[in-house]
Design a protein. Structure first.
Lengths: 258, 258
DNA sequence: CAGTGGTCTAGACCACACT
DNA sequence: GTGTGGTCTAGACCACTGC
């Protein structure tokens, strides 16, 4: 196949261009990525079978297989034997919150159950300084700002501020944020077609100021975990900035190293 | 090959036993794991070529390849095209500290440079309660306890306590801890043949007590990141417990989610 | 049963590193 | 050049799902 359906200028596929050499399966991966990005297959749906894709791209099944393997390793696709390959989604994934690493101290390594969300604020604003930079916007561009408190089992546990690019999330309301049954990122998929694929977090210990302390129902000055997250869609485009403060008196941030 | 060199009882390989069905390449992976564990190939050395291993196990190259792929994905092996496949090591890995996620706030996403180590204490002791449990020891078993401060660019940044099982680390001295040029985990490989393969961390925000504050040169009550780590060798055997307190005033714990 | 992903093989050829 | 890992192919067969 090489590129599109033009006749190859080289003897065959592989080593197709000038630059760093990209194996066939990576090119296929790129094409699949484009289709995902373009919404040809939506979160939760199946993509065509390996055979169909092999025929479409004029490569062997093994080559599309390797491309799909990488996309599955990146958590963009989910393979299910006998059923097909599915576009990953933040909904209906047996882990409630894929990006939330806060877990109860006791009990299994099991993730957190559903939280109660209390929206303190949800308004249009303008991105400035750091926020614009981290979201890949220009200073002054439209943004949406949300402040909320998440409670687990009745205990206010997370206070967080979200910033979203205004164009992609035009029309987001406090009601949507509060009432959607399921993870916020699932709502973003359904309502705005924005799928979060990857995120980076910077974690620090900070002391609660008076307002934060009140909202989280802890003494002022209490140590809190500060978690700053930038979440990205396809192609490394930043789509959300979150600054969270986590109570860690009966929960902890769990991380695996290897 | 199926199992050992006995004649197969089934028509061919695959579907070899009663239980959950383990594909051939996973059995090969298990055999490679055993060899690694037994020290047949030491950290930093190459393992035999894919062809040799294929011959040894009587399978095709593709099958050992898939086994090696998984071990490489687990960071137990490192493949280098044209050169061979190497046993991963904490030494001479271009990342100084593979398990330390603390990075400077400014500058690249680059990891931390070498730290100055100040050993405050290093003594034989006995594991009790939580420590015994987390290390897989019985209460009262021999253990080694170390307390140290790590400084970066002259700033004391990490105060940590280490507990090690006494049998595996018999003879560890404060001098070894202080003077080994390179990561502590590299020293463990060289001096004790213990290779850390995986770790789990529990992270919290805490307030510094008077002693901790003095050692880290911060005001008492300052928020610090508490990082409790259990590190494992092959086969999920716990080999180290670490309780660290990190200053995060000019550094942060960096994490990637996907 | 047919259709999907999963495993295994054998052989050809490519890219990289050393000598 | 030789040897290593890396890619690609084609075909056979296995395991799981659902009709």
């Amino acid at each position: 196949m090489a590129t599109s359906s033009l006749p190859d200028d080289s003897t065959d596929h592989a080593a197709q261009g000038t630059p760093a050499f990209s194996p066939l399966y990576r090119q296929i991966k790129g094409l699949l990525l484009q289709s995902l990005q373009a919404g040809e297959w939506k979160p939760g749906e199946t993509i065509p079978s390996e055979m169909e894709l092999a025929a479409r791209f004029r490569v062997s099944q093994g080559t599309v297989r390797k491309a799909i393997d990488e996309l599955a390793a990146d958590n963009l696709l989910v393979r299910r034997q006998g059923k097909g390959t599915f576009v990953a989604t933040h909904a209906e994934q047996h882990v409630q919150y894929r990006f939330l690493k806060l877990v109860p101290d006791s009990g299994a390594n099991v993730a957190e159950g559903p939280a109660q969300r209390r929206i303190l604020d949800c308004r249009r604003s303008r991105a400035t300084g750091d926020i614009a930079r981290l979201l890949g916007l220009r200073s002054g561009d439209a943004a949406i700002q949300v402040r909320r408190v998440l409670s687990f089992e009745g205990t206010p546990t997370i206070l967080e501020d979200l910033w979203l690019p205004g164009t992609a999330f035009k029309g987001l309301t406090a009601e949507q944020m509060a009432d959607y049954p399921g993870p916020t990122y699932a709502m973003f998929e359904v309502e705005f077609g924005v799928r979060m694929v990857r995120a980076e977090e910077k974690i620090r210990a900070v002391a609660a100021d008076a307002q934060q302390a009140a909202l989280l129902e802890v003494p002022a000055g209490s140590p809190l975990l500060s978690v700053e997250r930038v979440a990205y869609t396809y192609n490394g485009v930043p789509m959300e900035l979150r600054r969270g403060l986590y109570r860690t008196d009966s929960r902890h941030y769990r991380n695996e190293l290897s």
